[in-house]
Design a binder for this molecule. Structure first.
Ligand code: ADP
Length: 300
């Protein structure tokens, strides 16, 4: 097990940022930590990386307790904070030498060269960090997180503020790195976990509200059918609910409804209901469901 979080609670004064959070991340997994802004993602990551103390609970990283063995934990973790704190006046190589020096790496020159190659900074390597675009600065951030060859990588919103091309490049890079490391990445973007992660933990208001493989979360959506139906005459949501197998009916107007059900049979039932009640159907159409809807539903 790479990361084990047990009953973590964090209070900032009176405010509870994390409320009895527990989860485990196995070696080699790429896990998305997904939640709206303010959900507690950064707080959880900072605790795992020994940057701030928890109020209650226990965390181990590669078997080392964050309170008893913080130095060992830091050796095993690479961390890219949300606002990548880089020294803009330093040259890329100078900065990576500086970070590598903190870890007392023996083969520092070779390691810096290796990192520059790994994160795709070869062409830019002679520049100052301040001269780089946001996408390339994130690459420098990834290089500093990886320089001591940690087993676990913690990435806090690694693609925020990138343009679509940079976004794809950084996602591909994270996927590549994830073949050899355990990765936990936070995001508030559903497509990010769809693109990168094997498993998704959804957090809302400091509590875990879902923890499943990304594939299983997707199938929850795929098993749900939503039909948009419009009648010529006024109709009643209660009538639809009590005469069909619908799980839920959302009212758009007197004549329009969104009907949620678990199988395709619902269309037939809606036709029969219309016939029975002398209603004319103007439109009936299946709504496209996205994984984003699961996220919205769990975090609203
Ligand atoms: P996320 O990363 O999911 O956006 P955070 O972990 O940054 O969420 O924040 C969780 C909650 O804790 C928020 O309500 C935030 O305002 C609060 N919070 C975060 N850091 C501090 C702090 N240093 N002092 C007080 N409150 C904080």
């Amino acid at each position: 097990m790479s990361i084990k979080v047990e009953h973590i609670t964090k209070l900032y004064g009176e405010q509870k940022a994390l409320d009895d959070v527990s989860f485990e991340i196995k070696t080699g997994e790429i896990v998305g930590f997904l939640g709206p802004n303010g959900a507690g993602k950064s707080t959880m990551m900072k605790i795992i990386c020994c940057y701030i103390p928890q109020t209650e609970g226990k965390v181990t990283v590669c078997g080392f307790d964050i309170n008893e063995n913080p130095l060992e934990v830091k050796k095993h973790i690479g961390y890219l904070p949300e606002h990548n704190p880089l020294y803009l006046d330093m040259y890329i190589k100078e900065y990576l030498h500086f970070v590598g020096g903190i870890f007392h790496l023996d083969n520092l020159n070779d390691r810096v060269e290796e990192m520059i190659k790994m994160v795709g900074l070869t062409k830019e390597q002679h520049k100052k960090i301040g001269q780089l675009s946001k996408g390339y600065r994130q690459r420098v951030g990834l290089a500093q997180a990886l320089i001591h060859n940690p087993e676990v990588l913690i990435l806090d919103e690694p693609t925020t503020g990138l343009d679509p091309n940079q976004l794809e490049e950084i996602r591909n890079l994270i996927k590549e790195i994830g073949k050899e490391k355990t990765v936990m990445l936070s995001t508030h973007i559903m497509q990010e976990v769809e693109a990168i992660c094997d498993r998704t933990i959804i957090i809302n208001q400091g509590k875990i509200v879902a923890d499943n493989t990304t594939e299983n979360l997707q199938s929850t959506v795929e098993n749900k059918i939503v039909i948009r139906i419009e009648f010529e005459q006024k109709a009643s949501a209660d009538e639809i609910l009590s005469n069909t197998s619908a799980n839920d009916v959302k009212i758009i107007s007197d004549t329009q409804f969104l009907v949620e059900a678990n199988n395709e049979q619902i269309r037939n039932e809606l036709f029969q209901l219309a016939v029975k009640n002398n209603l004319t159907i103007l439109t009936i159409q299946k709504e496209h469901q996205k994984l984003e809807d699961v996220f919205k539903e769990l975090t609203k």
